[in-house]
Design a protein around this ligand. Structure first.
Ligand code: KE4
Length: 426
């Protein structure tokens, strides 16, 4: 693969954008090499600036669950754009997508739209603090909830990839209110609750983790968190920015049958435009301004252009009764194929998968938390990443990321991907 134009574009970008990118993981720092500049995309394929065609397993980090430039979403955006993109005043489509989301997701009566997953999670924590009157929060090592200060205490993906779990600029004052537990480890949560009696407003978690690679909750873990929250007047926040509208219509609450108090969304809910959201039952959401005292706002929140994209996307997912089954079947097929060729090439590995989220870890141990995820052989991962890329397969440029399967992938694409993996290690 040649990347002459991407290299030139990256050199130009570096002069005017920090690190040449608008989000760190895109810079390929964890795997080395020059970031790929994309010219356009359609379905499961990226067309880069050097004329290479890549099968895409990242899909903008989740949103493109039905494929790039998905026609019903494109049509909705084009049609809406011609009528104005944002007014800073209420529009009907905000109510339409809110009603649809509330009908799809359990345990929510109201939803507030924002512009990113970070905003959704940041606002959800403020709401939990306002609702409970308590200051502290529990998050899990390796989970990432966006880049607001309360979360950059030991974030997953980005910060971990850069090997600097704490970010400068986060004050000690902020850090003291964030407590760190270990994923899939209920006793670590119990210990924090015991040591901070009556001070904890919420536990925020990726109920299926995606920022340490894909890590499913072990049996009883989510149920245990629910019990601990009920016993200690703590709100349970499911950060479903990745899993929402991806793992099931009702997300992880539906898939695992565990109720959250507040649910955060991003990615798929915006259909590729900047949309985040947070949602809960009435008694919690009614605490939000202008109804209640917890302030939260946004110039472009609920703008009709982004709402049109999200509404088209959610309608497609809501009306297609087999889509999540197809996605899970394609991901299982890929899992089995990759495992077969890695085993045949004597490559020590483990693969985690939930629905249409999957990750490959080059270590023999089961990957159940941040510590075991960090044990993966990064040199093997770099060989894997570049070996696949050179064969036209784009996977996550970090061992701490998840792949996101799109329904636009054909079984022929999956077979090509499996064969490419075989070729890397044969
Ligand atoms: P955004 O602010 O990037 O829209 O969402 C933050 C966020 C919140 N919660 C979860 C579970 C997330 O995965 C994310 C963002 N995910 C990363 C991928 N690891 C986005 C990619 C990036 O940072 O460029």
């Amino acid at each position: 693969m040649i990347y002459k134009r991407s290299s030139a574009l990256f050199a130009a970008a570096e002069k005017v954008i920090p690190g040449g990118v608008n989000s760190p993981v895109r810079a390929f720092k964890a795997v080395g090499g020059t970031p790929i500049f994309v010219k356009e995309a359609k379905g499961a394929y990226l067309y880069d600036e050097d004329g290479n065609v890549l099968i895409d397993y990242i899909n903008s980090w989740g949103p493109m669950i039905l494929g790039h430039a998905y026609q019903p979403v494109v049509d909705a955006v084009v049609e809406k754009a011609q009528k104005g993109t944002s007014f800073g005043m209420p529009t009907e489509i905000e109510t339409q997508i809110a009603e649809l989301a509330v009908s799809m997701v359990p345990n929510i009566d109201k939803i507030r739209f924002v512009n990113s997953g970070t905003e959704a999670c940041m606002s959800a924590v403020r709401l939990a603090r306002g609702f409970t009157g308590k200051d502290k929060i529990i998050k899990f090592a390796g989970c990432y909830h966006g880049h607001s200060d309360s979360f950059l205490i030991q974030a997953g993906s980005g910060a971990v990839t850069f090997g600097s779990p704490n970010s400068p600029g986060v004050t000690a004052g902020t850090a003291k209110d964030t407590l760190l537990a270990n994923y899939n480890n209920l006793s670590s949560v119990e210990a924090l609750i015991a040591a901070n009696k009556n001070e904890i407003a919420c536990i925020i978690i990726e109920p299926v983790a995606g920022n340490m690679g894909c890590i499913p909750p072990v049996k009883g873990f989510l149920e245990g968190l629910r019990t601990l929250c009920d016993a200690n007047n703590i709100l349970l926040i499911f950060d479903e920015v990745m899993t929402g509208f991806r793992l099931a219509k009702g997300g992880v609450q539906e898939l695992y049958g565990v109720d959250a108090d507040i649910v955060c969304f991003g990615k798929v809910i915006g259909g590729g435009l900047p949309v985040g959201a947070f949602a809960a039952r009435n008694e919690i959401m009614n605490q939000l301004a202008p109804l209640g005292p917890v302030y939260q706002a946004g110039t472009l929140s609920g703008n009709p252009l982004a709402m049109a994209a999200g509404f088209a996307m959610l309608n497609e997912l809501n009306n297609d009764k087999d889509v999540f089954k197809r996605l899970a079947e394609k991901t299982e097929y890929l899992h089995k194929g990759l495992a077969r060729v890695l085993y045949n090439n004597n490559i020590t590995h483990t693969i985690n998968r939930v629905g249409s989220m999957i990750s490959v870890h080059f270590d023999k141990a089961n990957v159940i938390d941040f510590e075991t995820a960090a044990k993966g052989n990064n040199e093997t991962f770099k060989t894997f990443f570049h070996g696949m890329l050179n064969q036209g397969i784009y996977i996550a440029p970090s061992a701490f990321e998840t792949w996101f399967i799109t329904d636009a992938l054909t079984y022929n694409d999956l077979d090509k991907t499996i064969a490419a993996c075989d070729a890397v290690f044969r």
